[in-house]
Design a protein around this ligand. Structure first.
Ligand code: HEM
Ligand SMILES: *[C@@H]1O[C@H](CO)[C@@H](O)[C@H](O)[C@H]1NC(C)=O
Ligand SMILES: *[C@@H]1O[C@H](CO)[C@@H](O)[C@H](O)[C@H]1NC(C)=O
Ligand SMILES: *[C@@H]1O[C@H](CO)[C@@H](O)[C@H](O)[C@H]1NC(C)=O
Ligand SMILES: *[C@@H]1O[C@H](CO)[C@@H](O)[C@H](O)[C@H]1NC(C)=O
Ligand SMILES: *[C@@H]1O[C@H](CO)[C@@H](O)[C@H](O)[C@H]1NC(C)=O
Ligand SMILES: *[C@@H]1O[C@H](CO)[C@@H](O)[C@H](O)[C@H]1NC(C)=O
Length: 319
């Protein structure tokens, strides 16, 4: 019995140590230092979505593009300076990512309420969750305690974020590189139930792919000609683009995914089974989506004394 207790004790301490070296995130991280953080972020997100519904999708995507580039460290928020090129003009981001003004607005409110406490990386994680919830999707507890990077990497942004031309094997390896599985890939791609894409992101698909519904392809071509109008927009979910539901998967079953990469998830591979499950079971989609968002939010966070808490999300403190 005594040796059993000793073993238990050792296990508990080992667990605590592993949490410490992993810099584990906690939903309660700001409960004494900034108890209003949740309501401030949520209030600003709801106001921003009331002003423009699409911004919820844009905020969700910002967290993804942050986490996939050297971890969830707000590197994507850094502006270029004369001596420094950030991630905003990397290929997947240029003329595409949006929502920076909303993050600034949230940060300004947080700095008034609790100066120097809440990181920009945590703002992105909370704003993504609040956006999904407000648009009708699932909720989850956001682990907090991320700190902000003092650098960014345009080349890593070029290579780590998968392009819409990706095939299933490229998608899988790009997610695996972040510690994310096939299930995470298919669940997180369900984000494309909201938001818009530019013509340049789906042109090759609507003119050249064989795995696309012909009527659907035709309907997109008038607004996305073979050349020009690169920035014309179409909904990622043709049915309910401002509502977080499982219709994205139902579209894939009918070869009506907007991006080539979307349709790759239902094209005769092991991903098909998951698409079918999520298309028929919103609850299962929501459950897996929430789990995978938590997992994505844990990609290589800076914790403890690493990085800093930026005062202005667009620049490092000492510049
Ligand atoms: C599986 C690989 C993925 C690829 C290849 C991909 C690619 C893209 C592309 C090309 C766009 C349109 C960008 C434009 O034309 O300006 C887009 C939009 C979007 N993506 Fe993804 N994405 C992927 C995964 C994800 C994930 C994991 C999330 C979130 C967790 C996400 C959230 C979004 C959202 C919400 C939008 C709409 C943004 C807006 O309307 O502002 N995507 N994605
Ligand atoms: C409201 O949305 C528009 C885009 O539709 C944007 O230009 C504007 O900055 C937003 N205003 C606020 C206060 O967020
Ligand atoms: C980003 O977009 C701008 C405006 O369209 C363009 O001038 C610039 O060349 C693009 N940058 C990169 C690196 O593609
Ligand atoms: C990212 O890709 C763009 C377009 O190919 C290129 O102009 C730029 O030099 C790349 N940046 C880095 C740092 O790799
Ligand atoms: C998938 O895309 C990658 C990168 O473009 C390419 O090297 C590979 O051959 C493709 N695989 C298949 C099965 O088409
Ligand atoms: C998708 O399916 C089509 C038709 O079966 C096939 O030609 C194509 O190679 C598949 N795409 C990939 C990358 O597996
Ligand atoms: C479609 O494929 C053809 C032949 O590979 C290519 O020349 C053309 O540029 C492609 N069209 C689009 C819109 O990508």
């Amino acid at each position: 019995m005594a040796s059993y207790k000793l073993l238990l004790l050792i296990l508990v301490f080992a667990g605590a140590f592993i949490q410490y070296i992993n810099g584990k995130l906690s939903p309660k991280y700001y409960s004494s230092t900034c108890p209003n953080a949740f309501s401030i972020v949520q209030g600003e997100v709801i106001a921003a979505i009331k002003n423009e519904t699409r911004i919820g999708a844009s905020l969700l995507r910002l967290h993804f593009h942050d986490c996939f580039v050297n971890g969830c460290d707000a590197s994507i928020l850094l502006d270029d300076t004369p001596g420094f090129i950030g991630e905003k003009t990397a290929v997947p981001n240029n003329n595409s990512v949006r929502g920076f003004e909303v993050v600034d607005q949230i940060k300004a409110k947080l700095e008034k309420a609790c100066p120097g406490v809440v990181s920009c990386a945590d703002i992105l994680a909370l704003a993504a969750r609040d956006s999904v919830v407000h648009l009708g999707g699932p909720s989850w507890n956001v682990g907090l305690g991320r700190r902000d990077s003092t650098s960014a990497s345009r080349s890593a942004a070029n290579t780590s974020i998968p392009p819409p031309t990706s095939n299933i094997s490229s998608l899988l390896s790009s997610f695996a590189a972040q510690g994310l599985s096939l299930r995470d890939l298919v669940a997180l791609a369900g984000s494309h139930t909201i938001g818009l894409a530019r013509c340049t992101s789906f042109r090759a698909r609507i003119y050249n792919d064989t795995t696309i519904d012909a009527v659907f392809a035709k309907s997109l071509q008038s607004n996305c000609p073979r050349t020009g109008n690169d920035n014309n927009l179409a909904s990622l979910d043709l049915q309910t683009p401002t509502y977080f539901d499982n219709l994205y998967y139902k579209n894939l079953l009918k070869e009506k995914g907007l991006l080539h990469s979307d349709q790759e998830l239902f094209n005769g591979t092991s991903a098909d089974a998951l698409v079918k499950i999520y298309a028929s079971n919103t609850f299962k989609f929501f459950e897996d989506f929430a789990k995978s968002m938590v997992k994505m939010g844990k990609i290589k966070p800076l914790t403890g004394s690493q990085g800093e808490i930026r005062i202005n999300c667009r620049k490092v403190n000492w510049k």
